[in-house]
Design a protein around this ligand. Sequence first.
Ligand code: SF4
Length: 210
Amino acid sequence: MTLTVCAWCDSFACSTQDETRRPAGCPQERGEWLNRARETYEDEENRRIARAAAHVETTGYCQWTRLEEIGRFAEKMDFKTLGLAFCSGLKREARVVADYFRNQGFEVISAVCSCGGIHKGDVGIPPESRFRPEGFEAMCNPIGQAMMMNEMGTQFNVVLGLCVGHDSLFFRYAEAPTTVLAAKDRVLGHNPLAAVYLSQSYYRKLHEGK
Ligand code: SF4
């Protein structure tokens, strides 16, 4: 059987329930994942999140920015306390975002990536992976950010510009549901898809392989 996965599918038959148009290798034809997913939506909290997400999607469709959507989603979920986990490189943006949420009536707990001041060397990060190999250099501390949020009882977390991998650790340890306001891209102004949009022109190198 040809292994077809969704990124290479042209029919998207799953969105119409038209089984006749499913390509060979459609993942709906194999595995137990779909049954398990359906069962998992029986969980009341999952249903609540799915309903609130659908409400935001349809109500503000093409009208609300992502920032507004996050506020409206949190409101729909009746969350009162938001966590903002941000990168120190976006500290100005973080203040604007925190002010926005506060003005929307939320309590905002914010934590910068360097909070805790843990030296990179203390967790075995080698000198060649530090900007100051000889001296103290605070590491990004996404586990600390997550644990601070957990301890402060945030109901919903917002990630703003955490590095690749650091965000993974935050997601791994945060107890509350988490969304991303912005994905860090130091080259493209935190708009990683710009490389994809330009992949037929200035970023053709995306097609070149490793
Ligand atoms: S029809 Fe199957 S292969 Fe195509 S997008 Fe849907 S799930 Fe993926």
